[in-house]
Design a protein around this ligand. Structure first.
Ligand code: GLN
Length: 472
């Protein structure tokens, strides 16, 4: 059952939220041991929340648009009194004193959290192999990665553990695992969804967004979590245009640009490009005007991102000092305590990012690296602006390849190259989503990325719904 079907059945009193939750918990019981989607399953809390929803239905109250719908939360979203680990040893034992805004909104909408999902430590990675708690596995082939960093959330939806999940996307961490696991993943416009209670990685890029098995479910979740929040200073104050009632509007007359550079970039596999070409044809057949478009600066996105994101991370992660959060490794002096705590608490990829970022920001290198990267960011925004004068949406591959084998990308640069198609939209702050569109040569899922101009989620979802319909 889809999330929308569950909500309709629960609201109508045809199914209890308890029965829905029990069914999903039993699926988790079967496959979770081999897949490791979750860091923590909160079965008791979920059942109690389900009973509360059922009581509201029985009392004739409206339990909300996602009544009784199970959801899995990436373990970098703050949840009161439940550990939030970011899959890092450094947060061992930390329980946030508050809920993230998205967590509050989900509860108010009647959704039921089943627990916290695995991720690359502090959301740094593209395979979930950088988790301090071990990797998650791709449900389509457990020798393959699910992508990352929100790998656990993608696995949870793909394996049917929950019809919905939340992830965070700084450079592709929702869209890329969605593509590799064959589900829908959405990164909204920067500022659309409150970041309050999302553990910060790179604050100018981070955005929370939905995973779902269908475009309509993703849209329903998006409508619940999006919208102004005074507790996030970068939250967009404008009213939220609803997307769900526009999903069937089709694409007749829409101008769709197929981004040349993102189909030709290093490492983009021919079988993936073939699926994107098929998506372009499907949109043309549905009445869209499809053309190739050059967005030249996007090829520099990866280089700019791997300066800007680590620079912001090195600053954001300074707070884990052994004093205020989680782990402390005692030592004779405070400076040594900081040193030992951070050395033991952070994994190798996080340490690498902190060093990269500190270097990029250091006196004497700042202009050459961080400053230059910000200029490239501006160029990318300008090139996108030019493209969006001629096109309503842009499409490309989401990930260069289908899911790769666990352990295959031990070289950090090889791992970073996974983000080549997704990063440009983060740098520009634009919405982008991945929609499953068939399989590659190995039979594993391929995702097509649909990108849109800032604030134009409506058109993006419409195009994604058309692609989904073409595959049905
Ligand atoms: N894979 C990218 C990185 O490692 C993006 C991560 C993300 O979006 N959180 O930084």
């Amino acid at each position: 059952m889809s999330a929308l079907e569950i909500a309709a059945a629960v609201r109508a009193g045809e199914r209890t939220a308890r029965a829905v939750v029990e069914e999903h918990l039993s699926l988790i019981g079967v496959r979770e041991p081999e897949l490791h989607a979750f860091n923590l399953v909160t079965a008791e809390q979920a059942l109690a929340a389900a009973d509360a929803v059922d009581a509201r239905v029985a009392a004739g109250e409206d339990p909300g648009p996602l009544a009784g719908v199970p959801i899995a939360l990436k373990d970098n979203l703050c949840t009161t009194a439940i550990p939030t680990t970011c899959s890092s040893k450094i947060l061992a034992g930390w329980k946030p004193p508050y809920d993230a805004t998205v967590v509050e909104r989900l509860a108010a909408a009647g959704a039921i959290s089943l627990g916290k999902t695995n991720l690359d430590e502090f959301a740094m990675g593209s395979s979930t192999e950088h988790s301090a708690f071990g990797p998650s596995k791709n449900p389509h082939d457990i020798t393959k990665v699910p992508g990352g960093s929100s790998g656990g959330s993608a696995v949870a939806v793909a394996a049917g553990f929950a019809p919905l999940a939340l992830g965070s996307d700084t450079g592709g961490s929702i869209r890329q695992p969605a593509a590799l696991c064959g589900v829908v993943g959405v990164k909204p416009t920067y500022g659309r969804v409150s970041r309050y209670g999302l553990v910060a990685f790179a604050s100018s890029l981070d955005q929370i967004g939905p995973f779902a098995a269908t475009v309509a479910d993703a849209a329903a979740l998006y409508e619940v979590i999006a919208g102004y929040d005074p507790r996030d200073s970068t939250s967009i104050p404008e009213a939220l245009p609803p997307v769900r009632h526009r999903l069937d509007d089709g694409v007749a007359g829409l101008r769709v640009g197929l981004v040349t550079e993102l189909c030709q970039a290093e490492g983009i596999a021919p079988d993936v490009v073939a699926r994107v070409a098929a998506a372009a044809e499907a949109l043309a057949a549905a009445g869209a005007k499809v053309e190739e478009v050059s967005v030249p600066a996007v090829i520099y996105g990866l280089s700019a991102y791997y300066l800007i994101a680590p620079a912001e991370a090195s600053s954001n992660l300074a707070r884990y000092d052994g004093v205020r959060y989680g782990l402390r490794v005692d030592a004779p002096t405070t400076a040594e305590m900081y040193d030992r705590t951070r050395t033991e608490g952070f994994g190798p990829e996080v340490l690498r990012r902190i060093m990269l970022g500190t270097y990029a920001l250091s006196a004497g290198y700042y202009d050459a690296y961080y400053g230059k990267a910000q200029k490239v960011r501006t160029l990318i925004i300008r090139d996108f602006q030019a493209a969006y004068e001629r096109f309503d949406v842009l499409i490309s591959p989401t990930s260069p390849t289908t899911a790769f084998a666990l352990g295959a990308k031990a070289d950090p640069l090889a791992m970073y190259l996974n983000d080549i198609c997704t990063i440009p939209s983060n740098l520009a702050g634009h919405p982008a989503m991945s929609v499953p569109f068939g399989v590659g040569a190995d039979g594993l899922p391929v995702g097509v990325q649909v990108m849109a101009n800032a604030l134009d989620e409506v058109t993006m979802f419409q195009v994604a719904a058309t692609l989904e319909g073409a595959m049905a």
